[in-house]
Ligand binder design. Structure first.
Ligand SMILES: Nc1nc2c(ncn2[C@@H]2O[C@H](COP(=O)(O)OP(=O)(O)O)[C@@H](O)[C@H]2O)c(=O)[nH]1
Ligand SMILES: [Mg+2]
Length: 509
């Protein structure tokens, strides 16, 4: 590691007109965090004297930093305030704690959260108003409380990652910075914890109970706009984060399949005078196909297939899975109408329960088998390095793939295709490798004809994937793959190589 020492803890505190709270907050933090290496970053959008108050506190105490935003910078308000804070400071400290300035979040909790993070090793510590021993009584009025419970449950129903904590919308949490580096925060939505949980589904989460106090001074800035902003945030997470809310994406696709089925059935029988049984079979076959294609393009769009054959095999597998799901549906429906009651409304309830069971079975089987991520094969550490590299190269259809050691940038092992002789290591390759060693971020680089992309083109591009190999905290090398072809590498290829780099590459370094 470098000689630069990092602060242990950075507090990010968004403020808007909190002049009456900031001095007491800073005092309480100083007392609570005595002996801890911390600093406080206020991200301020005030039009009262808050910035002056913070500035004069900063003159007495160098650990207090002010980012004051004016005009257009303030756009997005609370949401961009927290993400702006995160974006600027994350690399410089080990932990970040986000909290409010109005003393609804007691500063004394911060130390407890820090200790909890250290002792549990978790990535995120949530100060939960809904945990046992916590309380949300500080929310002003029954309306605010109802909205809080409703919005919280909406998040927990939609996103399984939100179920890791009882309070996924908490504004008071602490994260290990390394765990969230690389997340590209979007300016929609101020529920940054939810954003973190959904965008980084692998994070481990623990919580401590929080007694949410009443505001010390000033007024709340919560309003209807923020409520609508929350809904937009949920929609944006659902739509743009591939892994978010997969079950509901799957259910949506399933509902579209019902429409395809009905449309095909009616068309075949009414306009082509098909036999209804034959028409039924064709309609079911078509809806399974359209479901598969939509699931491939939407529900599991981040799960790559390595070849056209692989894609076709998946499509074929969707059929037996659909039959099993239908069987599950019937296995729930039939006993219910037989042993409970075949009359209205019981058979309707039975049919509904059958659909729920069938859809769930279909979802589980589809994620386990049809859209199972292809994992790097040949991980036997005893097989020769070039063999493992060769397998990775074939999977990616790369011209060559190599493992490059940090420091002298020497090649440790490499594999290249028989047809294309390996290109010499060019300046662009070198700068990509160096970029990755500095930023730790897996990177996809494309260089090619300076022309606007067309959907039908025979232009060849040179695309490269560069992925760091980390040992604990620091990069010891880079896996680098390059391809000169009409097809560029995709983000999914980059994911795949990232998985490869974290499992097999360290063996050789
Ligand atoms: N920078 C910034 N901070 C804000 C903005 N709106 C609210 N805050 C801060 O966010 C925290 C929570 O806001 P608050 O009004 O108490 O919301 P409530 O606790 O949900 O009623 C406080 O520290 C506010 O000062 C904003 O537009 N910009
Ligand atoms: Mg508040």
């Amino acid at each position: 590691m470098g000689a630069r020492t990092r602060t242990l803890l950075t507090l990010i505190i968004p403020t808007r007109n909190e002049a009456g709270n900031v001095p007491r907050l800073v005092d309480e933090l100083r007392e609570a965090l005595y002996g801890v290496d911390y600093r406080v970053v206020f991200v301020d959008d005030s039009d009262d004297e808050t910035p002056e108050v913070i500035r004069s506190l900063g003159e007495e105490d160098g650990r207090i930093v002010l980012i004051h935003r004016e005009g257009a910078e303030q756009e997005g308000g609370l949401s961009t305030a927290v993400t702006a804070g995160l974006d600027t400071i994350v690399d410089e400290s080990e932990y970040t704690c986000v909290m409010d300035a109005d003393l609804q979040h007691p500063p004394g909790k911060v130390r407890e959260m820090l200790e909890e993070a250290k002792s549990s090793g978790a990535d995120v510590v949530v100060a939960s108003r809904y945990a046992k021993g916590g309380s949300y009584a500080g929310l002003s009025g029954p309306m605010r409380r109802a909205v809080s419970v409703g919005t919280k449950n909406l998040a927990r129903i939609l996103f399984k990652e939100a179920r890791k904590t009882s309070d996924p919308l908490a504004g008071f949490f602490l994260v290990r910075n390394k765990a969230i580096s690389g997340i590209q925060f979007r300016p929609t939505g101020f529920k940054i914890l939810l954003e973190i949980l959904v965008c980084a589904p692998e994070l481990s989460v623990v919580e401590v109970p929080l007694s949410f106090r009443a505001r010390h001074a000033g007024v709340s800035k919560a309003n209807v706009d923020q409520g609508l902003g929350y809904l937009a945030h949920i929609a944006s997470l659902f739509w743009y984060v591939p892994s978010a809310g997969r079950f509901w994406k799957f259910a949506l696709v399933g509902a579209s399949g019902v429409l395809v089925n009905m449309f095909a059935l009616i068309t075949l029988v009414e306009y082509f005078e098909a036999n209804p049984t034959v028409a039924w079979m064709v309609a079911v076959g078509l809806s399974v196909l359209s479901n598969f294609l939509l699931n491939n393009a939407f529900t599991w769009r981040d799960v790559r297939h390595s070849s056209r054959i692989h894609f076709l095999l998946r499509g074929a597998l969707a059929y037996p899975v659909a039959i099993l799901a239908l069987g599950t549906n019937f296995a729930v429906y039939y006993p219910l109408i037989k042993y409970v009651s075949p009359d209205f409304p019981y058979y309707v309830i039975a049919a509904f329960l059958g659909v729920v069971a069938g859809t769930s079975a279909n979802f589980i089987l589809s994620s386990r088998f049809v859209f199972r991520p292809s994992t790097p094969k040949g991980l036997d550490p005893k097989s020769p390095p070039h063999e493992i590299a060769e397998k990775a190269r074939k999977e990616l259809k790369a011209d060559w793939i190599g493992l490059i050691r940090a420091g002298d940038l020497s090649l440790v092992t490499r594999s290249s295709s028989g047809t294309a002789p390996p290109r010499p290591f060019a300046t662009t390759d070198k700068s990509a490798v160096e970029f990755v060693l500095n930023t730790f971020q897996p990177t996809l680089v494309v260089t090619g004809p300076r022309r606007l992309p067309q959907s039908r083109t025979n232009a060849r591009w040179t695309s490269s994937l560069a992925v760091p190999v980390l040992e604990g905290d620091h990069p010891v090398g880079v896996v680098y793959a390059t391809r000169d072809s009409t097809e560029q590498f995709t983000q999914e290829d980059l994911h795949w190589l990232t998985a490869y780099a974290s499992t097999s590459a360290p063996i050789f370094l």
